[in-house]
Design a protein around this ligand. Sequence first.
Ligand code: AKG
Length: 264
Amino acid sequence: MGAFYIPEDAEAQFEERGYFVVRNLISAQAVEAVRSELERVIAEKPEGFRLTTDRTDDTGVDGDAAVWAVGDRDLHSRVLWEEWLTAENVIAMNRRFLGENVRVQGTRFFTKQARIGESVPWHQDIWLWERDASHGIRPHKREHFNCWVALEAVDLENGCLHVMPGSHKGDVIEHVQYDGLHPEIPRELVAERTLEPVPLGPGDAVVWHAHMWHMSPPNPSDRTRWGGVMITFREEMAEKANQADRGMLIRNGMACSYPGPIHK
Ligand SMILES: O=C(O)CCC(=O)C(=O)O
């Protein structure tokens, strides 16, 4: 694996384009540890994790093979805390962008399966989060830091993320439920806009603005496409955003030790 690298102008890219790419955010060893932990969670289904199997079509696949997302919003995994959320470069990056006191909103993995992995439709995370949240927190949500990390090579063949550069500067669009996995940006608005695939190597990451339009296409290849997002935010917005219960990741510039599950 190569060196950890954040573009010098990452802040400007985030502002202008709504995203930037980081190389080697987590090590090959951490990628392996996280993958093994996800395999364990899918096989053992311990309490507290959210495994998603909902689909729009019938593939005949069921059981563990049907799981395409694993959520650990309430920090039930010590392995994910130590190997993923508090990996050295993850902490360094969060300090650079968010400061010395940072909380984690949650983490979710997208274990897109080979051949049957469905597309995730165009959306803005802010809209999905806000649709069932209490009123009045939208402005603060702008400050969330969404970092999606590849757990293997992700590319055009196996359904890597696609983004629409600059789309975060527009409005939050009312999403519509068609036949996709969840509500999406009206399809007529997406047509004819410039989209960009974001291929990544294992351990690389893409960080995007919560208002940015993004999607991932199906995975018709024989390879899986695993990756996961960690969502963090500054401590001072926790109260305003009704998220003061979220786990403290960095306190006074230091990575926190594993706090245990938030809601047991
Ligand atoms: O991993 C994917 O395919 C989709 C991820 C995504 O859209 C998200 O985290 O908001």
